[in-house]
Design a protein around this ligand. Structure first.
Ligand SMILES: [Zn+2]
Length: 372
């Protein structure tokens, strides 16, 4: 089961306030509470899912990490035998949240739990660096991934403790009388099988270190910090379980020439003194390929050209951001004898002087323009 987005789980927007998140969780907790839905596995799962989402979104630190890195940022992916419930919360943890939510009191405890688990191999995490162009247009990467695989020749037998059921029954004395509870079998951790023959080099679960070449398709529009889930490419599960997933975390390669700001991109363009005075044609790299631009004669340093739609595709709407070209006029630092003579002549004649008309855009005008 791939993990749902925490905001989606609580049915709130990404900009929801702490109070809204709390209210949304309260609603979910009441709706899916096990006391109200006895024996309903789906409700129980939803109850746990909501609790996990709230645990992260109600904690400023965890929320920030989740907003940036997704589930990977908050250790949300369940390890092997973790019962499929990520952050390591159990029912006790969940009920301890309620002091905060319901102002003390709240619900009573919750019996049951346990049960034969679908055994899944542990997830693997890798980071992958992509440049802006690869992120915008999508790409394919083939990587060698180190992982645990079922060793050849490893065999299993039925767990002698639970006879393959994966659970053990326990009788507890409570104030309501005797209660029977199920717990995960301690011998096989719920798998129902234990190792029989283990080849040399493999661990007690019959797994051995190996390497696999995996091709990953990165969809267009990837962002820094997003996590792609390649199903079934994580570590193998012991004895007939399903393999874990490979979680690929996308990292943006730092580009020193192009800066991004939301969907917009900014880049500096240096032109020579002569190009600024006489005008010039220039080629600019963009994420969609090279684009020709015209530098008008008499262009001032600091002018900003806007290439509409040459930014990044917007994440939450149609359309694209823009590319802004910041023009810098490069003042010559080494002059030949002739050039020096030329500039001296110009200076002394008083013909080449700065003469702003008053209509030039100030720095503040330019900033204002960027937001229009
Ligand atoms: Zn067992």
């Amino acid at each position: 089961m791939s993990k749902r987005d925490y905001y989606e789980v609580l049915e709130v927007s990404k900009s929801a306030s702490a109070d809204e998140i709390k209210k949304a969780y309260r609603k979910m907790a009441i709706k899916f509470h096990p006391d109200k839905n006895p024996g309903d596995k789906e409700a129980e799962d939803k109850f746990k899912e909501a609790a996990e989402a709230y645990e992260v979104l109600s904690d400023d630190n965890k929320k920030a990490r989740y907003d940036q890195y997704g589930h990977a940022g908050v250790g949300g992916a369940g390890g092997f035998g973790g019962g499929g419930f990520g952050g390591g919360m159990n029912m006790e943890d969940i009920f301890s949240q309620f002091g905060d939510i319901f102002g003390g009191g709240g619900f009573g405890g919750f019996g049951g739990g346990g049960g034969r688990q679908q055994v899944k191999g542990s997830n693997l995490r890798i980071r992958i660096k992509l440049n802006l162009e690869e992120m915008v247009n999508g790409t394919q990467k083939t990587l060698k991934v180190k992982k645990m695989k079922m060793a050849e020749g490893a065999t299993s037998k039925t767990c002698p403790t639970c006879n393959g059921a994966g659970v053990q029954m326990k009788v507890m004395n409570t104030m309501f009388g005797q209660m029977q509870t199920q717990t995960t079998c301690g011998t096989c951790q719920g798998i129902g099988k234990v190792a029989d023959k283990i080849p040399a080099g493999a661990n007690a679960q019959g797994l051995i270190k190996d390497e696999e070449e995996i091709t990953i398709n990165i969809p267009a529009g990837a962002r820094d910090g997003i996590q792609l889930n390649v199903r079934g490419k994580g570590n193998d599960a012991p004895f007939g379980g399903i393999p874990g997933d490979l979680l690929v975390i996308v990292e943006e390669e730092v580009d020193n020439t192009i800066k991004r700001e939301g969907d917009n991109l900014h880049q500096e363009l240096y032109v020579s003194f002569a190009e600024a005075a006489l005008g010039a044609k220039k080629e600019i790299p963009t994420v969609g390929g090279k684009v020709k631009i015209t530098v008008d004669p008499g262009t001032q340093s600091g002018k900003i050209l806007r290439l509409a739609g040459k930014g990044l595709p917007s994440i939450d709407s149609y359309g694209k951001g823009d590319m802004f070209i910041h023009i810098n006029v490069w003042t010559p630092q080494k002059l030949t004898k002739e050039q020096k003579d030329f500039f001296e002549k110009q200076m002394n004649s008083g013909e080449m002087v700065a003469e702003p008309s008053g209509k030039e855009k100030t720095f503040f005008d330019k900033v204002k323009d960027l937001f229009n």
